[in-house]
Write a protein that binds this ligand. Structure first.
Ligand SMILES: C[S@@+](CC[C@H](N)C(=O)[O-])C[C@H]1O[C@@H](n2cnc3c(N)ncnc32)[C@H](O)[C@@H]1O
Length: 305
């Protein structure tokens, strides 16, 4: 793999700890000039985060359109990238939903591109932000989980207070088996008869005693993941973005998707096998030691024919 040392520069701390950087760079075949279009190679990082992947693409001479649903991530990336890449013409960073990738690409002159990256889910910074309800480290936090609170109206607590028991079962079945999903849905409806579900702690109480059959995971991890996926329409958004992203690729261009759970991966796999060949790669052992989030990462690559 090329660019072996780049992982080291992604160290923990202030920014999201990017996964599979070397594999992503290698899969995207970063170039500074497109054979097909005979001009600068353009890439879209549709899940910009704090810009770890974008920065590597820029350093190798590609031009990048970065998109993120969370305005805070775009702001952080702007500061981070601005310090290292002095030529402002090489990149555009936009706050938006990747489901609008076609419109955003057109508005920024990225109608045909050499590669697109989707590094799904939320960033470490979301999980570390103890006020947004993504993690159960702060029991007093509101159960919110919206990636963009300015653009999204429905919080995780709203779903728990409003959905019928059968709808809750469907929500939880995205990450856990039907038996435990039924169990937890019933507990939600029992809890809310006594008082509304508002805080992280309420959901932790509801999860108390849940058996998901996944050893080594906190009992609340998978229900919290299911809630986050639902609040942010993550699976629906993924289904919508894949064909739009594929349409933006030039011939020979590559779509690279990193997913973190089987629900996401199935959507990616089905889309890619529908279009032809699909390979996948998993995070390297070295990376696992330094970045536990990479444990569940799965990367798939599709080349446009
Ligand atoms: C795993 S992080 C990406 C990290 C990034 N590759 C890096 O190296 O810093 C996923 C990012 O996707 C963003 N995101 C999630 N859903 C999105 C959507 N529908 N449209 C745009 N961005 C989205 C999240 O806000 C988060 O910052």
């Amino acid at each position: 793999m090329e660019n072996k040392q780049s992982l080291a520069s992604q160290g923990p701390g202030k920014y999201h700890e990017s996964v599979m950087v070397d594999q992503v760079i290698s899969a995207l075949h970063i170039c500074s000039r497109s054979k097909h279009l005979k001009k600068a190679c353009k890439y879209i990082d549709a899940t910009l985060g704090t810009g770890g992947h974008t920065l590597e693409i820029l350093k190798l001479g590609g031009e990048v359109l970065g998109i993120d649903l969370d305005p805070k991530m775009v702001e952080m990336s702007r500061k981070r990238i601005g310090k290292e890449i002095l030529d402002r013409d090489k990149y555009s960073l936009v706050n938006g939903n990747f489901t609008d990738i076609d419109r955003i690409a057109k508005e920024n002159g990225f109608e045909k591109v050499s590669g697109i990256l989707l590094d799904l889910g939320v960033s470490n910074l979301h999980l570390k932000d103890l006020e947004r309800g993504f993690s159960f480290a702060n029991r007093e936090a509101p159960l919110d989980m919206r990636i963009n609170p300015e653009a999204q109206g429905v919080k995780a607590s709203d779903l728990l207070n409003i959905l019928r028991e059968d709808q809750l079962r469907n929500l939880f079945e995205v990450t856990i088996e039907p038996g435990p999903a039924k169990w937890i849905s019933k507990k939600v409806t029992e809890f809310r008869k006594r008082s509304p579900i508002l805080k992280v702690n309420d959901m932790l109480e509801i999860c108390d005693g849940l058996r998901t059959g996944k050893h080594g995971l906190n009992e609340a991890t998978l229900p919290f993941l299911a809630l986050r996926i639902a609040v942010n329409s993550e699976l629906e958004n993924l289904k919508e973005v894949l064909p739009k992203a594929y349409n933006l690729l030039e011939v020979g261009g590559r779509l690279v998707v990193i997913s973190f759970h089987s629900g996401e991966d199935k959507i990616v796999k089905d889309f890619m096998t529908g279009k032809g060949v699909s390979g996948f790669d998993i995070a390297s052992a070295d990376e696992l030691e330094g970045n536990p989030r990479a444990r569940s990462a799965k990367m798939r690559i599709l080349e446009k024919k």
